[in-house]
Write a protein that binds this ligand. Structure first.
Ligand code: FAD
Length: 401
């Protein structure tokens, strides 16, 4: 039983369907063991945090080293899935595919013009190069050639991370769900599928109760409920600490906005771009996603709508500086606050709970990057009963209630 059909639950269900053979999710080898799998979500699949994610596929700021390596494996899993899927996997008008897929390779550009932003970028590039990651300094004219839509200060130092990518959440989750269904997974979504109880007896999971009144028998329940995971795990008496998404001043909520350019607004943005004042990436239909780390500090889940709208306008203003032709012809749409599942030490929380046999949690920030890799490792662990060393640093019991 997988609770939550965001990117994490969907990736896991795709792996569990067909006994961990991947069910088309990544074509990786599995156990071949058949189990009956249910995937439940209180809303539409992928409509939670996943839908609003910047979905930059990277291992840029992941520390310590083991977490970096996990993220690099996640990046490789995305590239492999796109390769194995073929043209249908690729998003964006271009040479590779239909444009209606989810995967946007092409790397990421990040620059800074001085001050602490440049110091931080230098440190990041040095660390990543030492760890064997593709991180290089490129001249400003080369960056302009790669991304003609951008206005880059002549004095900026630009770093290029060529193996990084982005995914479009909606078609990506749709692909994972199709793979899960093809593997025999039963998918239930909507208000009636909201999990309101996890039944236990004799210290182990027996079933899951839904708001619609149905109880689905289960000997394993995997909590993939994103920022609501602590509440779902608590239904069985287990402890999962996340930075509380609902608390005033919480750092888990973030601000984002979309721009919808008019036709003829100059060259489109084609890859991830990160500057000290703005992060931007292309979305389907020529849209552009905007986020700024410093503005995230200004919002929580209680921020009034007019303040959110004003901050979204500030994102648009910053886009005028960075992407002048795109931003000046674009409408601002969808300024909103969205909550990240944020473990207190920033690393994933993955594994069984000693309190209740059969109860398991998978919750993480950077879930877009990690989804395919975690889905594969967790499915293997659940289907074989053997612990996966790669997951050892992420066990829930590292936190004490
Ligand atoms: C603004 C923003 C930018 C981000 N940028 C990046 C990035 O660039 N790269 C990256 O890798 N990651 C990024 N992330 C993080 C990433 O998006 C998340 O880690 C990921 O989407 C989490 O997926 P999830 O499946 O755990 O959660 P969700 O997508 O929230 O899915 C959880 C699901 O559980 C369901 N659920 C909850 N409670 C119940 C219940 N009781 N019963 C049934 N169903 C339930 C919900 O309806 C939901 O669909 C970003 C996040 C945000 C908010």
């Amino acid at each position: 039983m997988v609770i939550g059909a965001g990117v994490i639950g969907a990736a896991l269900a795709a792996q569990l369907g067909g006994g961990g053979r991947g069910g088309g999710a990544d074509g990786g080898g599995g156990t071949g063991r058949r189990v009956e799998v249910w995937l439940l979500d209180r809303g539409a699949p992928g409509a939670g945090t996943t839908a609003n994610s910047m979905a930059w596929i990277n291992a840029h700021s992941k520390t310590p080293r083991h977490y970096h390596e996990l993220a690099v494996s996640g990046m490789r899993a995305h590239a492999a899935l796109a390769r194995n899927t073929g043209p249908a996997a690729y998003a964006g008008a271009g040479v590779r595919g239909s444009g209606r897929g989810w995967y946007r390779p092409g790397g990421a550009l990040r620059w800074a013009s001085g001050g602490p932003g440049l110091d931080q970028l230098r440190q990041t590039v040095a660390r990543l190069r030492e760890w064997g990651y593709a991180a290089e300094w490129i001249p400003v004219p080369r960056a302009r050639e790669l991304e003609p839509a951008l206005r880059i200060d002549a004095g900026a130092r630009v770093a290029y991370f060529r193996d990084e990518a982005a995914v479009d959440p909606e078609p990506f989750v749709a692909h994972l769900l199709a793979a899960a269904r093809a593997g025999g997974v039963h998918v239930r979504t909507g208000a009636e599928a909201r999990v309101v109880g996890i039944d236990t007896a004799g210290g182990r999971v027996r079933g899951v109760r839904c708001a619609g009144g149905e109880t689905v028998p289960a000997d394993v329940a995997v909590c993939c409920a994103g920022w609501r995971t602590p509440a779902v795990a608590a239904l069985a008496g287990a402890y999962v600490p996340l930075v509380p998404g609902d608390a005033p001043g919480s750092e888990a909520p973030t601000l984002l906005a979309h721009l919808r350019p008019d036709a003829g607004g100059g060259p489109p943005l084609t890859r991830m771009v990160l500057t000290p004042r703005l992060h931007a990436r292309p979305l389907a239909g020529g849209r552009v996603y905007l986020e700024a780390l410093d503005l995230n500090d200004e919002v929580d889940r209680h921020t009034p709508a007019d303040r959110v709208a004003a901050l979204a306008r500030e994102l648009h203003a910053r886009a005028h500086d960075m992407l002048p032709a795109v931003a000046s012809s674009a409408q601002l749409v969808g300024g909103r606050v969205c909550t990240r599942p944020l473990p207190p030490d920033d690393n994933s929380i993955v594994g069984p709970h000693a309190e209740v046999e059969g109860l398991y949690t998978v919750v993480t920030h950077s879930g877009m990057t990690l989804s395919l890799r975690l889905g594969k490792l967790v499915a293997r662990e659940l289907l074989t009963g053997r612990e996966t060393p790669e997951l050892a640093p992420y066990r829930p019991d590292r936190f004490v209630r």
